[in-house]
Design a protein around this ligand. Sequence first.
Ligand code: GLP
Length: 637
Amino acid sequence: MKPTETESSPAAAPVRAPEAVFEKIAVTIAEHPAEACRQLAAGIRQLIERRQAEGRQAVLGLATGSTPVPLYRELVRLHREEGLSFANVVTFNLDEYYGLERHHPESYHRFMCDQLFDHIDIDPDHIHVPDGTVPPDEILQYCQDYERLIDEAGGIDLQILGIGRTGHIGFNEPGSTRESLTRRITLDRVTRQDAATDFLGVENVPRFAITMGVGTILRARKIVLMAWGENKAGVVAEAVEGPVTEAVSASFLQGHGDATFLVDRCAASHLTRVRAPWLVGPVEWSAGTAFRAVVWLAQKCAKPVLKLVDEEYNEHGMSDLVTERGGGYPINIEVFNRLQQTITGWPGGKPDADDSNRPERADPYPKRVLVFSPEPQDALVAMGGVLERLIEQGHDVRFVAMTSGSLRVRDEDALRFCRVLLELSELSGEESWGGQEREAEKLVRLLDGKAPFSEDPQEVRRIKALLLRGEVRDACAVCGLARQRVLFLDLPFYERGRYRRFLSGPDDVQCCVEVLREFQPHQIYTTGATADPSSLSAVTYGVLESAFDQVRPESWSQDCRVWHYRCRENPYQPHEISMAMPLSPDQLERKARLLLGFQTISKVELAVCDENRDLAAAYDRLGLAEYEAIEALQRRR
Ligand code: GLP
């Protein structure tokens, strides 16, 4: 019998990429989300144009959240600048909060109009977003109709997805079955927490939503799940490499014939091929890779670095490293020393000390230091201890609140303040209070007349910003920083925008250029390089990066070091840290008290003190000294 082609020809055997041993869904890792979105948008364009040529409709399944924002911007650009028409496009959105009117500022319907539908030539009758106002007794029928409409449109050609931190797609929270269809669900605590900033407090986030089911999504012919930023890394790895489970509804995509995860480097960072490439295939053992691998190995074996033995190296894909270096023990010592050298109580460098193995140079002393904070409290959350130390050690520090933070301040807090003003003016009864009284009365009127979650009038934003200003000055004072050393840039993009939809411009960059030129810092502390590009910290980071590019030719910039902290992303792990600053029990307590001074501080932000403790425990387990808590920084070149 003539052998079939697959039996005879080695070329016909499917070539499995080495990472496929771990990855059960195709993953494309893009350098940057913008690049990934350009490629995906080009694919969508092809689909639409092919269908146009055939006289047919293209059916898109769409998602909301920060993740698809750059994709929608690119689609709008293709329409505006390259004439792509959406006249033959039909869309079905995944989900909607239950209880929100379609015009509610936080409804997904409104989001889609703001981000996409209002800027393209789609026929409004072709748009489908689940209705969050269907009466309870009609929900079942409504959801069945939604399914039917998808089928009548010919099924979804391409389903775009994001992923929630609980691993959900759409709003299919843990427990959703593979067969689930469009229905009303109860939102998970983590999901509601993630939406808390949009709704000014978790208590305002709706408890229910209507969502397409996992089964509905799996019927799409092609699926692309996008994820950006460090925060998604854990859940991406779980969905791609973990078991198929109702606990992570995105894992059901493993059973779809044409599903791809499109991720940036940060969101890919927990995949085995990135996190532990030595398990996947041969690696080049640079000093950096060896360091990462040994810290990983010690954590994996739950042992201090200095106690690792050759067998453990061999059993975990690192035998070639041991051979290359003539045994594991010299590597243990090298890695231990490097970890040890990250620890310092002198974040600005120790004057007159040998600095060859210290994270920061000794000279110049004192240093000019700029601490950039996206919203006023962010840097205090992440590096309140470091800030205190820098000031105590005599450096010339400026705290730069990049945005006013007014979006964080609740109406109730602004109202309470205005009412105090009114009480005071009534008590004092002096004429000089007349102006303030009128102002306070006007603010109360504006706040009382405001529709829930609608945009604040300028005056309200200003008073909210001022409330936060007072709080941040007080918090900085606890760290020893004089009030006049706190700068407020009030970057314009923030005043124009909403969370997830910020768009910075040259005016923002100019504000930062001026600060950099004026202070010519030796050290900059900043955040957001590995965050989702639509997040506030990523937008402010982009602004600062562009500003730095402008001043790069100036000689002082050559002598400026940039240190990175993390505020809303996953905390740094020991192998990622270039400076670990220990906090004493007293210092940690001061930090907690300082954070409690912010009316707007959230539970998640307060949990940073536990994270600081956990990191100290992780250093301890690796065999280093046992501290109460540690704040971590990474040097960026
Ligand atoms: C919500 C939406 C999902 C989205 C997820 C992640 O839960 N229902 O569709 O994928 O948020 O949002 P983001 O992209 O903002 O991280």
